[in-house]
Design a protein around this ligand. Sequence first.
Ligand SMILES: N[C@@H](CCC(=O)N[C@@H](CS)C(=O)NCC(=O)O)C(=O)O
Length: 220
Amino acid sequence: MHELTLYIGNKNYSSWSLRPWLALKVADIAFVEKLSRFDESTGHAHFIEFSPTKKVPTLLIHQENQKPVTIPESLAILETIADLYPDRHLWPQDAMQRAKARALASEMHAGFMGLRSECPMNMRRKIEAITVSNSVIKDVKRLEQIWSDCLEQSGGPFLFGDFSIADAMFAPVVNRLEIYALSDHIAVKVYSKAIKALPAWKEWQEAALKEPWIVQEDEV
Ligand SMILES: N[C@@H](CCC(=O)N[C@@H](CS)C(=O)NCC(=O)O)C(=O)O
């Protein structure tokens, strides 16, 4: 038996935190949520109290009579959850589809630097286009290609049919594409609608809108 504690950052801004939080909620896995606010004045120094990387998200796995196991890195957290709860099928069951989903989740984890640096997630930001670099335009084109290919092959509503870790990894991008008006592609519209209809997405967004804290560098 084990219990889970997930440390996350501000719901308005923390795109990496959203990923495992969303997967845990969609898979109906119980966990204790600990929100630790960003503090730009100290470089988020207090994150060291729970994470060796000083970053959110970080998962703690508590087992009886043992020291908690600490897992930083969103993708490692998602893999760990899939391992601990195999019956929730957080990866596609077919090996080839699973391989494809893993490749896409890794691509998201390691790439899309233009989009990630120029267009921060911001759940409360009003929709308003901004001028973006070619790197962002390239990232958006790649997302349009991934989402349209996956939805065409799976039939939706999620990238591999049922919600998977690939969706958890791409979910924050739904907000970025919307608030900076980056795409009119039909696959983006259809996929964004499916993600935003998740009760867990709505729960995260509602909480984000109630947060009073402003992180100036993420206000574009
Ligand atoms: N590769 C990490 C990235 C995590 C990350 O950069 N988190 C941000 C917040 S969304 C953070 O904790 N920043 C604080 C810092 O860099 O000191 C992951 O996948 O979890």
